[in-house]
Design a protein around this ligand. Structure first.
Ligand code: ADP
Ligand code: MG
Length: 637
């Protein structure tokens, strides 16, 4: 008996190995390449570019879930090759393994068409320029129908319908039309940016989303997608180092985003993501952007094909550079040098309130800030890349101080040795003996007992039992407003200001869908919007708290919060994020001169806060320098 059991167990442990049929292999491969409709747009458009097309038309129905059609006027496919084109690992772009390290086309794996055809009802129509007629091939239910001649213009049309009809799990993962459409638009944008010379159109449900004529000047294509505000702020960068050419634009730091999705990087015409180069970009903007903000850039890298391995990622989104370190320093050095020679004064004047009386500087960098001089281009920046995080400990809080190097001297010099001058949460503020009265005796407030000194128009210095208290006026005010707003939202009493004339706002498609999807959440914080056709929305009402702010600008900030929020975050969290944003906008800024009454009001409200010690972003609102520490440092004890 025992033996028999063992046999069964052994049998169970050794299943039969089978060669999978091609249909299954293709489905597995498709899983890697074809994640959603946008992946198909990418693959098909790349094929059109590889075919030398100068016109590509993309028609989508229902976010690509119903159908996708890509038509180009490229070289076409011969009738006798149609079947091969959809066979897996069949390509005209490479011949042998050596070619893998010298790829000059976007495609080379010969997998895309096979993968797409494996998970959809698929039609391929093509005509080469020298043929009298075109040919059509259909693959339905995995079966290739007879290839027939057909009338079709020079070039290729691929039609993909009923995507994932035979992979229900994949189909279930598809999101709303709007979400899929925003992915498609992003894929389209990347390819359109990389190929400005190609006339491209994107049509969704018979409505034209983009019609981009061929253009010589890259700026125009950037403007097509991101508007004149961005394209007018482009700063051209260019350099060439040992055969690697870097060109394109960075955007004036006056424009930034809460996410890094507006950092477009193209390598030999292919859109890529590269963390190291993104880091270099962030480094180049160090000190120019507020904490949590990301630069906008459109950069092209061109290098000999054998200096980069593009065969490391199924969608070829990531690549491996032969000398990543050099590239890092080239990018960082080029942009930094460009900033050094760029007059950004106007921008500083805008973002720095006039009361600060800081001397205008030509460039936000001083020579000391800039370890990389033009003569030192070969410095290896990968060796010790500084973190892009702002360091609070020795140069003040840069959240509210975009240009630290401007200030000749920091208002409060907090040494870096946290042991002696510790950042501490003060718990008994306003208690007996303190200079600040408790809320109860506010009626009797006099100059003596509720006094704080405003320093450098950004810090309030006062005293408590314990020692000297330095308050960050912006952080505290932000906290106060946030708590008030949150209470009002909870009570359903947030005042909203209705606009006499609703303000139309032109958005990118992804932004438009995000804001429309969040319409309900937005109304809980007093923002009312209406779709207005195309990618335009109307702002009809917005929080009264932000009366001094431009509604359009306010909505753009809202959109950033929405787009940067994880899709799965709870609605409550999105609202909370938005409240943070509103409080930050509405609060006094570092640099704002406060009247004695305003200072008193701030100190009073500080008492009433549930958490007066941290701003909504979690930074402290005050620091305490204890009397004991002071005594020690003055060698009294
Ligand atoms: P790859 O692009 O990696 O070669 P694909 O599966 O995307 O693989 O395409 C297979 C082949 O079909 C290509 O190598 C190319 O020869 C041909 N092909 C695909 N799309 C087009 C097109 N739009 N125009 C011309 N030829 C095409
Ligand atoms: Mg391809």
């Amino acid at each position: 008996m025992k033996v028999a059991t063992e046999n069964i167990a052994a049998e169970n442990l050794a299943p039969t190995i089978r060669q999978l049929p091609p249909g299954v292999v293709n489905k597995i491969a498709a899983g890697e390449v074809i994640e959603r409709p946008a992946s198909i747009i990418k693959e098909l458009m790349e094929n059109s570019i590889d075919a030398g097309a100068n016109r590509i038309d993309v028609h989508i129905a229902k976010g690509g879930i119903e159908s996708i059609q890509v038509t180009d006027n490229g070289c076409g496919i011969r009738g006798d090759q149609l079947e091969l084109a959809v066979a897996s690992h069949a390509t005209s772009k490479i011949v042998d393994a050596d070619d893998l390290f010298d790829v000059h086309t976007l495609g080379f794996r010969g997998e895309a068409l096979a993968s797409i055809a494996a998970v959809s009802q698929f039609t391929l129509r093509s005509k080469t320029h020298d043929a009298d007629s075109g040919f059509e091939m259909q693959i339905t239910g995995g079966v290739t129908n007879e290839i027939k001649p057909c009338g079709t213009p020079n070039g290729t049309t691929v039609i993909v319908e009923e995507l994932f009809y035979n992979t229900p799990v994949r189909r279930k993962f598809l999101r709303t039309t709007q979400t899929e459409m925003s992915h498609i638009t992003e894929a389209f944008t990347r390819i359109a940016l990389a190929n400005a010379h190609v006339h491209m159109t994107l049509i969704h449900n018979d409505k034209t989303v983009h019609d981009l004529p061929s253009c010589e000047n890259w700026k125009n294509r950037i403007a097509d997608f991101f508007g004149n505000e961005i394209s007018d702020s482009l700063i051209a960068v260019e350099s060439e180092e040992s055969g690697i050419r870097l060109g394109g634009f960075v955007v004036d730091p006056v424009h930034s985003r809460a996410h890094n999705r507006m950092q477009y990087l193209f390598l030999n015409g292919r859109h890529i993501k590269d963390r190291s180069l993104q880091h270099a970009l962030a480094e180049a903007y160090r000190g120019l952007l507020l904490h949590g903000r990301h630069p906008i850039a459109f950069l092209k890298l061109d290098m000999p094909a054998d200096r980069v391995d593009v065969n490391v990622h199924p969608c070829k989104l990531e690549v491996r550079f032969q000398d990543g370190g050099k590239l890092y320093s080239q990018l960082l050095g080029t942009i930094r040098n460009r900033f050094l020679t760029t007059d950004l004064t106007a921008r500083q004047a805008i973002s720095q309130p006039p009361e600060t009386n800081l001397p205008p500087t030509r460039s936000p960098y001083t020579q000391d800030d800039l370890p990389l001089q033009s003569t030192q281009r070969t410095t290896d920046w990968t060796a010790a890349p500084a973190t892009p995080q702002f360091d609070r400990s020795h140069s003040g809080d840069k959240f509210s101080e975009p240009f630290p190097s401007q200030s000749p001297k920091q208002p409060v010099d907090i040494p870096n040795d946290g042991q002696q001058w510790h950042e501490q949460v003060h718990s008994d503020f306003g208690s007996e003996g303190g200079l600040i009265s408790s809320p109860i005796d506010q009626g009797a407030v006099s100059d003596q007992n509720n006094r704080a000194l405003q320093i450098h128009n950004r810090y309030l210095v006062t005293q408590s039992d314990e020692g000297i208290v330095v308050i960050d006026q912006h952080a505290l005010h932000e906290r106060i407003i946030y708590e008030q707003l949150r209470q009002k939202v909870l009570d359903g009493k947030l005042e909203s200001q209705r606009l006499l004339v609703p303000e139309p706002l032109n958005l990118a498609p992804a932004e438009c869908s995000a804001v429309i999807e969040a319409k309900e959440e937005l109304s809980t914080i007093g923002i009312e919007i209406e779709p207005f056709g195309g990618d335009t929305v109307l702002v009809q009402a917005y929080p009264a708290m932000l009366a001094n702010h431009n509604p359009g600008e306010m909505l753009r900030n809202v959109i950033e919060v929405l787009l940067s929020a994880d899709r799965k975050v709870e609605q409550r969290d999105v609202v909370d994020e938005l409240l943070h944003m509103i409080s930050c906008k509405a609060a006094v800024k570092a640099g704002d001169k406060l009247s004695p009454e305003e200072i008193t009001a701030l100190l009073e409200h500080r008492e009433l806060c549930q958490d007066s010690h941290h701003c909504p972003h979690g930074r402290p609102t005050s620091l305490v320098f204890s009397r004991e520490e002071l005594d020690k440092r003055f060698k009294r004890i």
